[in-house]
Each structure stands twice: as C-alpha cells, then as structure tokens.
Design a protein around this ligand. Structure first.
Ligand SMILES: [Zn+2]
Length: 138
C-alpha cells in the first residue's frame, strides 16, 4: 500500500501525471512573473497592472544555494532526526526566480546545474507524506 501524499499547503502547486506545476500569476502588460499568485503587479516600471493566472514548472538553472545545517524554528515541521538540506535559488526557463529545497545532499549540489521542478515529501504527519515543491539536478 502506497503512502498517502497531501500538499503541505492547498492551492499553491499540483502534480499531474508526475509533472509538477506551481500556480502563480503573470502581468500581461510587463510579463513579470509572481509565485504565489499576486493580485497586482509590483513592477515599479509597469503602469498597467493586468494580472492573469499562470502555471510555472519545468526546468531551470541553479543560480545559488545555501545549506541549512540546523533545524528551522517552529512552526516549521521536519522529520526527525533533522538532516541538513540545501535551499536552492533557481532561474526557471519560464522566467521565474524561485527558492526551494534541493533533493541532493549539500556535497552533491553544483551552481549552474540544470534542475527540474518536482513535488516531493517535506515531512510526515499522521501517517501521511506532506509534500512541497523542490528541485532535482538533472
Ligand atoms: Zn506589470
């Protein structure tokens, strides 16, 4: 029996047929991307905020990263025992710069690596796997 997977936050992302999608928005006037969704464009050079829903995903390049080598404070949840992890800053090919946890160990992560957006387990609770978006080097 496979483990039940539940998004850690409803409505931010989904996974269909193994493809990870982030539900954001984009200003159709200046093309500025937003995740999570934004009700208005915050680009100071944009004079006509015109937001529409936009789904982000696919591949990108790891711009930089940081290693979290101590447990985050509450209300963050994580599986025990704590294992150090990598937070990556990725420029998605579809135009969004995004921060997310990497699946690789710190010693395996390389700046400029090609990465893929995935949905993966963040922690376990009540017998369920709580999922979030992450990046995986490809
Ligand atoms: Zn705009």
């Amino acid at each position: 029996m496979s483990e039940e997977r539940v998004p850690c936050v409803e409505g931010l992302f989904s996974e269909e047929n193994g493809v990870a999608v982030l539900h954001g928005s984009k200003c159709s006037n200046c093309q500025t991307p937003y995740f999570p969704r934004s009700a208005a464009c915050h680009n100071p050079d944009c004079d006509d905020s015109n937001m529409e829903d936009f789904d982000f995903g696919g591949k990108g390049v790891l711009w930089s990263y940081s290693v979290a080598d101590f447990p985050p404070p509450p209300p963050h949840k994580f599986d025990q025992p704590f294992v150090p992890y990598v937070m990556g800053v990725v420029d998605l090919d579809c135009g969004l710069r995004l921060i997310a946890q990497m699946v690789e160990k710190p010693e395996e992560v390389k700046v400029d690596a090609q990465v893929q957006l995935i949905i993966d387990t963040l922690y376990h609770e009540d017998g369920k796997a709580l999922t979030t978006w992450k990046f995986k080097q490809i």
